[in-house]
Design a protein around this ligand. Structure first.
Ligand SMILES: *[C@@H]1O[C@H](CO)[C@@H](O)[C@H](O)[C@H]1NC(C)=O
Length: 339
């Protein structure tokens, strides 16, 4: 019997046994994490800005570097949007961090042109201490029939032992090399990497055609459970789906049908709370208004999101990411970039 045939016998059984317990699991509070590092771009500036939490509060931040950018790209369009900070994992756990972002300076192009002949590359910065960052590289991840590569983000795929990097693209007919015709819907694409230098051949991860979708954000809830947040570009709302059967398992939408979280938003980013077990913090970018606003939920089996206090949450932060950090990392970031 081939191994794959054996797997197909074993998998349904383990799925049945595992699902009752895995559904109840939720992100665990991690007592070694004592703060958060936020990495964003700002509405009028396609550079990368760092924010440090005030204490161990997931929704209270202060600007680092006196509010000046930490990273300013020199390559490509010289404009970065949608930065995502990635924890090194596997052999790189605790030794490597990456920031990846969209290569798009909208001041030098138009929204139409940037989706026809936009950059097919992503920016990559890396650090070995989370505090000091080198200069960026640009890496091509998409094929030439793609119009753009938007909002790259990554999640460690424990089953594969590599980083799964994903982004949004739309595609033109092979004969339409000028990309002047009508493209297909925006879909989510992905590739694997171990070093953010070489990437596997890109493939489609999520296709909701005819709905255009962008801005995927994934969070791992337990070993096999994940939630994903996606912008419906047709309706300009953000919705959530979850899988209790892994990254390539069956995804369903809690609440069913076309349930969505909020409209007029994009760039969702979800991160586990350091203190409260099962609590997820969610940022939604009110791109037509004052940028990110925070929401929280303790039940990702439902679309049960509550508005969080914005009192200490800075205004005008745009699509970015937040990482839980340890005490020594917090102290080092504050020493180098605080005040
Ligand atoms: C996106 O929004 C449109 C317009 O409301 C709706 O018809 C479509 O079903 C939505 N698609 C998804 C995947 O939610």
């Amino acid at each position: 019997m081939k191994f794959s045939a054996l797997l197909s016998l074993v998998l349904p059984l383990t799925t049945v046994l595992a699902s009752p317990t895995s559904r109840d699991l939720a992100p665990r509070a991690d007592t070694s994490l004592t703060g958060y590092l936020g990495v964003f771009f700002l509405g009028d500036a396609p550079n990368i800005y760092f924010y440090l939490s005030n204490g161990n509060n997931a929704l209270s931040f202060k600007a680092l570097n006196k509010g000046n950018p930490i990273l300013v790209p020199k390559l490509g369009t010289k404009g970065v949007r949608d930065p995502s900070i990635i924890n090194g994992a596997g052999a790189e756990a605790g030794k490597k961090w990456y920031i990846i972002g969209t290569d798009l300076n909208i001041a030098t192009t138009t929204w139409d042109a940037s989706q026809r002949k936009g950059s097919l590359k992503i920016y990559v910065w890396e650090s070995t201490d989370l505090v000091n960052w080198g200069t960026e590289r640009l890496v091509t991840v998409e094929n030439s029939d793609a119009g753009m590569v938007w909002a790259p983000d990554a999640i460690w795929d424990p089953a594969k032992g590599q980083y799964l990097v994903h982004w949004a693209s739309k595609f033109y007919a092979a004969s339409d090399t000028a990309h002047s015709g009508k493209p297909g819907a925006d879909v989510i694409r992905y590739a694997y990497t171990s070093d953010f230098k070489t990437f596997s051949k890109p493939q489609t991860l999520i296709d909701k055609s005819p709905t255009s979708i962008i801005d995927l954000s994934l969070i791992q809830l337990s070993e096999n459970s994940f939630a994903r947040f996606i912008k419906n570009e047709t309706a300009t709302n953000v919705f959530m789906e979850r899988s209790d059967t892994g990254l390539f398992g069956t995804w369903t939408r809690p609440g069913g049908g076309t349930t969505f979280i909020h409209s007029g938003v994009e760039g969702p980013y979800a991160y586990a709370d350091n203190i409260t077990p099962g609590k997820v913090n969610l940022l939604l970018d009110y791109y037509g208004s004052d940028g990110y606003r925070p929401f929280t939920s303790t039940n990702l089996n439902a679309n049960a999101w509550v508005d969080a206090s914005r009192t200490n949450f800075p205004k005008n932060l745009r699509h970015g990411s937040v990482l839980g950090i340890k005490q020594d990392q917090y102290a080092a970031l504050n020493a180098k970039w605080g005040s």
